[in-house]
Design a protein around this ligand. Sequence first.
Ligand code: SF4
Length: 321
Amino acid sequence: MENSVKVFTQITDFLDYLGDGLALEKDLAAGLDGHPKFPFLCSKHYADLIKKAECPMALLRQVLPITEENKCVAGFMDDPVGDLPAGKCENIIQKYDGRALVVSTATCGIRCRFCFRRNYPFQNIKEAAQQVSSWLDEHTDVWEVILSGGDPLMLGPGEFRDLIEAIAAHPSVTTLRIHTRLPVVRPDLSLRHLELLQHLAGRFNCVLVSHVNHPDELDQESATFFVQLRFSGWTLLNQSVLLRGVNDCATTLEALSRKLFAQGVLPYYLHQLDHANGVAHFEVDDNSARELVAKIRTKLPGYLVPKLVREIAGEKSKTPV
Ligand code: SF4
C-alpha cells in the first residue's frame, strides 16, 4: 500500500487492504463494483477506522455496496426529502423561513450507501460563490446559510474561501452552519480549512453539524479538529442516521453520545432513514427507533439524547417520530 493512496475506488483493492475475515461481505459485494449512479468510494482513513474498529461491520456496511441496493422498493424514490421542488437556483435549496442551504459541491470523502442525495442531479457547482451572492442580494430575510453538498469541506481552500467571502459580504446573514462528515472520513482535508474556520467565529455565529453514526468513527484526529473549532467559538452538534446493522442498538447509541461529548460535540438529531432509492435495507421501523431512544434516555443526561426525527418533503420543519 503506497502512502500516497488516500482513497479506494475499487472494491477489490479496498477489501484486499482490509485483509481476511470479511469474506461474507465480499460475497455480498459481488457484481456491484461498477454501480453506475453511485459508485463505491472509501477513504484510506475510513478503511483504517474499519481495521481498528470494535465493530468493523458497522462501518463496513456504510460504505460497501451490496446487491440489495438494486431492489426497487415501494415508497423509495430519487428525491425523498423534496430537494428539487425546494430549489431556488442551481445551488440553493430553501425549505424553511430565514434559512437557505447551499449545495456547495457534489463530492464527498466517502460515498455512504444510505445517502439521501445519492440520486441528486448535481450541476454547475463551479459558480456557487457567484450564484449564492446574487441570490442573497435579493433575499435579505435569510439570516442563516447552511453549507451542504456533497461535503462542503471537500472544496479546495480557494473555492471554500470564495464561497465564505461571498456569504460574509451579506450583513443579513448572521449564522453560518456547515454540515460535514469529513472530520471522520478525511481529517487531513478538514484540517486544511481550520485556520479560516477559526477566524469565522468573529464574523458569524458558527455552527458545525458533523455526521457521525458510530462511536468507532471517532478517533484522535476527529478530536483534534473538533476541539480546536470549539475553542475558537464554534457550536458543535452532530446528526446521525439510524441504520439497521450499523447503530440500531442502545449500547452503540449511548456510546456514540458519550464519545461525541468527550470530543466537544453535542448529539442533535437521530434521523429516521430518508427513503432514497437503493437504501431500503438500512431501515429501522419507527417503534424500534422509539424504543431505542427510550432506552438511551434512561442511561444518559437529557443533553446527550438526540431528537428522533424524520424529514417529510414539503413540511416546514423536521417531524418528531
Ligand atoms: S458524506 Fe453525506 S452527502 Fe456524502 S455520501 Fe455521505 S451522507 Fe451523502
